[in-house]
Structure formats: structure tokens, C-alpha cells
Design a protein around this ligand. Structure first.
Ligand code: HEM
Length: 376
């Protein structure tokens, strides 16, 4: 298990952001490259982030599939590894949780627990505390005090909490509390005749909106995704999730591209980050490699033993293209995947404007420029 490094500021900014006349959306039309105000990954964070990065491509071609595998199995990569625990704490811990707190303060709809989900929220809180203390015993302690009482200590944040499991008088909002202790976004699904997303804390959604999806079924949520219905990916995933057993967690990865080191690219904050996508075609190659990030979600699927709810964890990792290009097998593979990605999938992922340039950029930034990557 990698121990968390000291927390650092999660982002650095290349320059102050221009502001639109209405004071909300940034505009870039007259801003020279290098002065865009888009958050980038600080150079001193690159080594740790790369060593733990869950590079998602296992072939030169990517298609949606019900790509689930047992959790907790370590994955070795060319430069490190990931996947030992269902919770993942790294050097961004304090900064990402501060960012989450700030987002929730501005927009309380990012977290919710429908009334019938109280028991599931308690279950999620205790389960995640157990996972944290098992994976990182130097940083987190969960001490049973007898009966349903526990003492929790988070040495990274200096948090202490004494609570009685299920007693709302001891923790007012268990979902909110556990959301302040893990870097993962959390969704809890209630299993009735289908699975329904009835609780969660989601501050780092990749172009979707938790407030909008709250109360929707698993099948409704996946409605906009192309191909997966014809190819039965989602109905198979739904069957699989309904049969999920306690103590047998599974995981999958998902990916997209983000302009800048931006965790919060939720639909509702589009006015803040959408224009950054639009200005990409006009930036120079150096800045392109620094700003474009491969965004990978490690998603865990866990049946909570007490309440029977399904817990869905989403841990988001971001790495700039420039860093991907330094690892030769990653550079070649990602170039091939992007060049081959079908139009409808590129469109859904919001990559129509950028994917060719990403593929070309990766090809021309190898040790022997262009060698190794093939255009199909
Ligand atoms: C085995 C389980 C699952 C599979 C195979 C699966 C598959 C997918 C796929 C292929 C996409 C499209 C992603 C992309 O191209 O960027 C997607 C999007 C999404 N998934 Fe899942 N998913 C699973 C579990 C879940 C669960 C449990 C939730 C709980 C809420 C969820 C919520 C979402 C959301 C909100 C989106 C974005 C949809 C949109 O853009 O409107 N997924 N999923």
C-alpha cells in the first residue's frame, strides 16, 4: 500500500482568469496562450500521480463493455501500480476534500440522502471508515467502544468523532460526514424492482449532474450513453449489480479527457469550464500537452451488508498528456485508441473537437517523434 504523501495544493494556475462581462464565465478570445488561467498539474506532483495512475487502456481499440473485475487486486503498471484498496488516499487528499467542502457550500445539491436511505448512509459511513482504517492504519483509526459506539480518528485532517451507529443524534448527516473523509465521490443505490440512485455525495462528476439524477433508476441514468443499449452493456451491468454480494466488491474504470486539472466538470458548472474546451484548437502545442488531461475514474461497486444498498464509488485521477507521453507504451497506446475511437463515442465523451489533435500530438511527442503509433 502506498502511504499518502504530505498534502499539497491540488492545482496551480497559469495566470488570472479573464471574466465575462456578466462576471461568471471566463472568456479566452483575446487571451494569449500561456495566460489562460486554467488549472494545471504542478510539476512537483507529477511523479507521485504518475506512479499511482490507473492507465485504463488494455488494447489499441476502446469499446464500452461490462468491464468489471474483482476489487483489491493490485495492478502493476510500467511506472508503479494501483488498486490494492477500495479507497485511495494520496497526496491530494487534503486539497481535494477542501475543494469538495467548498463546492458543497456553494451548491448543497451535490449531496443528498432521500429519507428511506438513512440506514444505507450509516452503512456507507461505517463501511468506508473500516476500509480507510484497514488500508491506511497510520492515518485512520476506528475504535469499537462496545454496543454500537465507535470512536473515529482521522490523523490527516485532525478529525475526531464519537458516534453510535444508526443514532442520528450523534451524526446529523452520515453521507455528508463520510464525503468529507474520502476522495471518492459516492452514490448509494436502493434495490427495489430496479436500482435507484437515492443518496450520494458527488462533487467531481464528469459532465453529469447528481442533483438531476437523484432518484432516477440505473437504466434511466445511462439513457444518454450511445451504443450501450444495443450492445446490452447496461442491462448486463444492471443484472450483475442486482446480484452483487456483500464482501465481494468489484471495480471498473472509465475515462475521458479534461481541459486543465479540473475535478469539478459537472454539467451545472459548464459555464465555468465549457469555454476552456472551446479555446483548445487555438492553443500552441506546448500548452496543449500541459492543459489536456487524461481523466480516469476507478469505480468500485460494493453491496453494503447491513442495508442491502449498492455503494458506487468514483475516484478521479488526472494526468497531463505531456506526462503520458513520457511513458512510451502509454503514449503509443493512447494515440492509437484516440485515433480509432468511433465518432458517436467521441461525440458523447465531448472529444469531437480534440481527439484528432490529441492523437497527433501524442504521435509527434515520442522519443523518436511519430515512431510506434499507427493510424488505422
Ligand atoms: C457495472 C457497472 C456500470 C457500467 C458497466 C457502467 C457503464 C457506463 C458507461 C459505459 C458510461 C459512459 C461513460 C463515458 O463514455 O464517459 C457510463 C456513464 C455513466 N454512469 Fe455508469 N456504469 C456502471 C455503473 C454505474 C453506477 C452504479 C452508476 C450510479 C449512479 C453510474 C452512473 C453513471 C453516470 C451518471 C454516467 C454519465 C451518464 C451521462 O452522461 O448522462 N454508472 N456508465
Amino acid at each position: 500500500m502506498n502511504r499518502p504523501a504530505p498534502a499539497s495544493a491540488a492545482t496551480s494556475s497559469t495566470a488570472p482568469t479573464d471574466t465575462a462581462p456578466d462576471g461568471t464565465a471566463p472568456t479566452y478570445a483575446t487571451t494569449p496562450a500561456g495566460m489562460l488561467g486554467v488549472p494545471t498539474t504542478p510539476a512537483d506532483r507529477l511523479d507521485e500521480l504518475t506512479a499511482r495512475f490507473p492507465f485504463p487502456f488494455t488494447a489499441d481499440r476502446f469499446r464500452y463493455s461490462t468491464n468489471v473485475q474483482p476489487a483489491g487486486v493490485p495492478v502493476r503498471t510500467e511506472v508503479g501500480g494501483w488498486g490494492e484498496a477500495v479507497v485511495d488516499v494520496d497526496g491530494e487528499y487534503a486539497a481535494e476534500l477542501a475543494e469538495r467542502a467548498d463546492i458543497v457550500r456553494r451548491d448543497p445539491r451535490r449531496q443528498a440522502t432521500l429519507p428511506h436511505m438513512r440506514p444505507a448512509a450509516w452503512d456507507a459511513m461505517l463501511t468506508l471508515m473500516r476500509e480507510l482504517s484497514a488500508a491506511y492504519p497510520e492515518s485512520f483509526t476506528l475504535e469499537p467502544l462496545g454496543g454500537d459506539e465507535y470512536r473515529w480518528h482521522n490523523a490527516l485532517l485532525g478529525d475526531r468523532l464519537r458516534f453510535r451507529y444508526g443514532d442520528d443524534g450523534t451524526v446529523a448527516d452520515p453521507m455528508a460526514y463520510i464525503g468529507s473523509q474520502v476522495q471518492e465521490d459516492i452514490v448509494l443505490l436502493d434495490q427495489r424492482e430496479q436500482l435507484y440512485a437515492d443518496a450520494g455525495v458527488v462533487t467531481f462528476a464528469a459532465d453529469w449532474n447528481f442533483g438531476f439524477d437523484l432518484g432516477m433508476s440505473f437504466l434511466e441514468i445511462h439513457g444518454p450513453v450511445p451504443r450501450i443499449h444495443e450492445e446490452r452493456v447496461i442491462t448486463r451491468a444492471h443484472d450483475f449489480l442486482q446480484r452483487l454480494q456483500p464482501h465481494e466488491p468489484y471495480r471498473r474504470t472509465n475515462w475521458t479527457l479534461t481541459v486543465g486539472r479540473r475535478l469539478d466538470v459537472s454539467t451545472e458548472t459548464y459555464p465555468g469550464w465549457g469555454p476552456e474546451r472551446a479555446m483548445v484548437p487555438s492553443i500552441d502545442d506546448d500548452l496543449f500537452g500541459e492543459l489536456l488531461h487524461l481523466r480516469v475514474e476507478v469505480q468500485h461497486l460494493i453491496r453494503l451488508a447491513d442495508s442491502g444498498a449498492v455503494m458506487f464509488l468514483i475516484r478521479t485521477h488526472l494526468l497531463p498528456l505531456r506526462q503520458i507521453a513520457r511513458i512510451e507504451p502509454w503514449r503509443v497506446r493512447m494515440a492509437n485508441v484516440l485515433a480509432e475511437l468511433p465518432e458517436d463515442m467521441a461525440d458523447y465523451k465531448g472529444l469531437i473537437e480534440t481527439r484528432d489533435r490529441v492523437a497527433d500530438w501524442l504521435r509527434s511527442h515520442g522519443p523518436h517523434s511519430g515512431v510506434g503509433a499507427t493510424r488505422p
